[in-house]
Design a binder for this molecule. Structure first.
Ligand SMILES: [Zn+2]
Length: 157
């Protein structure tokens, strides 16, 4: 089995949710969360569909006892879908939606937003969507920096 780096955090070993929700680098005791579990776990591992999380953000059940004030990804569908949507968006920068469907079998994006986000619990929805949009902004900036090509039209006018 191949064990590639995470496609969402290839270089950083820090809690992914702290990073995208608060811009805070939180390291220390981290657990590896496979964005797709169960039968899809090997596929998730082989494609880098995983992130680092603190225990509270991973298997924690109580938002009140988590300093980030969210339930862990295994306890809250909205957090789970946020990560799945980010994973799909990132994957599809280099692959087609058809390749995604062949691999994962489900779509998690709806017009550039996480699927079903309208129905997320109100207290969480705003924070998770803010994280989504902020993350997307960061991705776009990264792409622009990475794909710089000299302006060939310069000097024509
Ligand atoms: Zn997990």
């Amino acid at each position: 089995m191949r064990h590639p780096k995470s496609i969402l955090q290839p270089d950083a070993k820090q809690d992914f949710l702290w990073a995208v929700m608060e811009g805070m680098p939180v390291s220390g005791e981290l657990e590896k969360h496979h964005i797709f579990g169960g039968a899809r776990r090997p596929m998730s591992e082989e494609n880098g569909f995983w992130v680092w999380l603190t225990n509270a953000n991973h298997t924690g059940t109580s938002a009140a006892r988590n300093r980030l004030h969210i339930p862990g990804v295994h306890s809250e569908r909205a957090v789970d879908v946020l990560l799945k949507a980010m994973c799909q968006w990132k994957y599809q920068q280099a692959h087609s939606p058809q390749e995604w469907m062949a691999l994962v079998g489900r779509n998690y994006l709806d017009e550039g937003m996480p699927l079903g986000a309208d129905a997320w619990p109100g207290s969480l929805r705003d924070r998770l969507l803010e994280a989504w949009l902020g993350w997307l902004d960061g991705q776009t900036e990264e792409m622009e920096e990475g794909s710089f090509v000299p302006d060939e039209t310069e000097g024509i006018f």
